[in-house]
Ligand binder design. Sequence first.
Ligand code: NAG
Length: 178
Amino acid sequence: MKMKLVLLAIITCVVASLSDYLVSASSKLTLSIMGKSNCSDWMSVLRLVYITELPPCPCTYSQAINDDKFILSNFLIDYYHNGAANCFRAPSQTSLSESGQQCCYGDDGNILIGIEQNGGTADAYSPDGVKNFGRHIWYDVLPWVACCELGNRETCEIYYQFRPSDDCLEYRGPVYTN
Ligand SMILES: *[C@@H]1O[C@H](CO)[C@@H](O)[C@H](O)[C@H]1NC(C)=O
């Protein structure tokens, strides 16, 4: 029984790291085929969508898990938000915007903010459903690869300037109505 669990844990780790590796390799390949590996190639894309009307992030994991607006979404966070234990997403609260908030938390449950902590980043297009998934890749993911993974501190700062981490200072908690 114990052996099986250990084996399962090993397989899970291998598959998880392989998926990180595959995502990394395929997005880099995509950028190089497109000739858009430099962060500066993505400036117009980053500028094009103005992110607005996003709910502020809860300051802790327990606040987030208790707020219905926020949905736990840990897919590939080891790759995009290395060091985060959990990330949540919340779509824009107005129908006019298709952007989305992302909030990430460390092992201690506290929010992670900015480049140093690989904090959550607002998305121009929240990757909910099929409709926005492609646009999420184009407007949020590929620029991140070019600016943060392939770029340097300075270019990654540009990314976070356009796709910022929310610092949770405005968070007020869910409003319950009967
Ligand atoms: C990326 O583009 C900028 C501005 O055009 C340029 O200064 C920089 O050298 C380029 N970086 C690479 C790695 O090609």
